[in-house]
Design a protein around this ligand. Structure first.
Ligand code: MLC
Ligand code: AMP
Length: 478
């Protein structure tokens, strides 16, 4: 069965019930269905058909949902792009995915107008559970962003597993504030909404200044956030936090480590224990704390039903409980490979197990605790940053001979990137920041630039990032 058939439980069988609130207007499931059918005709008229790629560079909106559902129904491969990306990052994705259509804000008025004239009936397209539904770009340790091919069944398995595990029903009220261009909101958010039939309020983005008001106004029972969101919510006044907590059924955190102290402080303030889970673009959700039973601070819990996790040493042999190893995974959640990168796909697997690159310890009672990564990936506010991409950009700039980018702890974002530079001419770090801002997504801009005489390297010449000096902020011309 493909996703269109799966979504019918809500879009068709609950057609008259309220589905989505967007910018103050409420849309029934039947309207969401009809809108996406009309959009599908408009896209077909523009020449799109099954197997073609369509890129969107859009903030959260009803249009985003219309276009996603239209793609699902047509068998068009949906390629969401992070709206914080700049030209350099965009052009890589556009040349790699080779979309037939690329939609930005500027295209929406015309596309909407074209859709409005179309039929709200749509014939079925021949699709299977294994048909590709989306390419979601994720960077590898090489710094080259690769498109993870996610199938209809990957999304269905993930969504239905979460609906069951987290007891999501049509009685829930779901506040969806994360960006739809990543799998957290797309794979978990959209799919839990449509598979459960819960009523959802979609926000354009999470704005911490407005968060309390949104919670008090919408009265959600269900919420998904990244750790930065929960750190921000700790600023909520105690009376409001209690009121929000009383109505809430479940708050889930993922995409980056949730500090145990944040979980404890949140419990104190809101009276709720956040459920932390672990996922990846290539695998969707893997391991999660139990709905019933202990949600252990700092741990991500047990593999979801149907998923097998192993913790292995560098030779791929299982390590005993209590010892650190890499997480290997198997299950219907695993992606179908990287788009047009057979070698990278082969390297990502060993004997059918997906090698996550995440390090973990399993306790004797089966709880998994993540404790680092094989690569030097930085996660800032839930957005991934591959240092190599920034380093390559920095050494293209005049005066910079070598660059090393590392993560530095940050109280709200978790980590922020900082850059260490070896220069061969005087450089103006303020001007450098401006150049970075014009070319890289905002969360990738190094928060400090520190000039050093040399980078610490091991005998093989590899930079030893843990030996980089603690940075002092360098401002202005040096
Ligand atoms: C962040 N910014 C945005 C934005 N999110 N701009 C537009 N739209 C958005 N959706 C920019 C701001 O302009 C600003 O840029 C900077 O980011 C920080 O903004 P802020 O207002 O101070 O936000 P803050 O309260 O710190 O919260 C940031 C955040 C954001 C939590 C809203 O980090 C975020 O949306 N994170 C979610 C990422 C996510 O969904 N990851 C899932 C990946 S999937 P400037 O230039 O001023 O700094 C995955 C698998 C899994 O990992 O397991 O889920
Ligand atoms: P992405 O490539 O954007 O899908 O990010 C996936 C990565 O996010 C994983 O490989 C982990 O390193 C990290 N991640 C996701 N959830 C958690 C979590 N709960 N705790 C720690 N790291 C996490």
């Amino acid at each position: 069965m493909n996703l269109r058939d799966r979504f019918a439980v809500s879009l068709i069988h609950r057609a008259a019930e309220p589905a989505l609130e967007w910018q103050g207007a409420v849309y029934a499931f039947g309207e969401i269905d009809a809108r996406s059918n009309r959009m599908a005709h408009a896209l077909t008229a523009r020449g799109l058909s099954r197997g073609d790629r369509l890129c969107v560079y859009l903030a959260n909106s009803l249009d985003f949902i219309d276009i996603f559902l239209a793609c699902v129904k047509l068998g068009v491969i949906f390629v969401p792009i992070n709206i914080l990306y700049r030209e350099r990052e965009l052009s890589h994705i556009l040349s790699d995915a080779e979309p037939k259509i690329y939609i930005t804000d500027a295209d929406l008025p015309a596309l909407r107008a074209e859709a409005e004239t179309k039929s709200s009936e749509l014939a079925a397209v021949d699709l299977t559970a294994d048909s590709p539904a989306a390419l979601v770009y994720t960077s590898g340790t090489t710094g080259v962003s690769k498109g993870a091919i996610l199938t209809h069944n990957n999304f269905y398995f993930n969504g239905s597993t979460l609906v069951d595990s987290w007891r999501i029903t049509s009685a829930d009220r779901f506040l969806l504030a994360l960006p739809l261009f990543h799998v957290h909101a797309l794979g978990n958010g959209i799919h839990c909404w449509l598979l459960s039939g819960c009523f959802t309020r979609l926000l354009e983005r999470f704005e911490h200044e407005k968060a309390t008001a949104e919670f008090l106004d919408f009265k959600p029972t269900l919420f998904f956030g990244v750790p930065t969101v929960y750190v921000r919510l700790l600023e909520t006044a105690p009376a409001a936090a209690r009121e929000i907590g009383q109505r809430m059924r479940l708050l889930v955190s993922g995409s980056a480590p949730l500090p145990a102290q944040v979980l404890e402080n949140f419990r104190e303030l809101f009276g709720h224990t956040i459920l932390e889970r672990y996922g990846m673009t290539e695998t969707l959700m893997n391991i999660g704390n139990p709905y019933d039973g202990e949600r252990r601070p700092g741990s991500v819990g047990f593999p979801f039903p149907g998923i097998t996790a192993r913790v292995v040493d560098s030779d791929g042999r299982d390590v005993p409980d209590g010892e650190t190893g890499e997480v290997y995974l198997k299950g219907p959640n695993l992606f179908a490979g990287y788009w047009r990168r057979d070698e990278a796909t082969r390297n990502a697997f060993q004997d059918g197990w997906f090698k996550t690159g995440d390090l973990c310890i399993r306790s004797a009672d089966g709880y998994h605790t993540l404790c680092g990564r094989r690569s030097d990936l930085i996660i800032s506010g839930g957005f991934n940053i591959y240092p190599r991409e920034i380093e390559e950009f920095l050494v293209e700039q005049p005066g910079i001979a070598e660059a090393a980018v590392a993560g530095e702890p940050h109280p709200v974002r978790g980590e922020v990137p900082v850059a260490f530079l070896v220069t061969n001419a005087p450089i103006d770090t303020a001007a450098l920041e401006v150049v970075c801002r014009a070319n890289l997504a905002s969360f990738k801009i190094p928060r400090r630039f520190q000039i050093v005489d040399q980078l610490p390297r091991n005998a093989l010449g590899k930079v030893q990032k843990h030996l980089l000096p603690k940075a002092d902020l360098v401002i202005g011309t040096t």
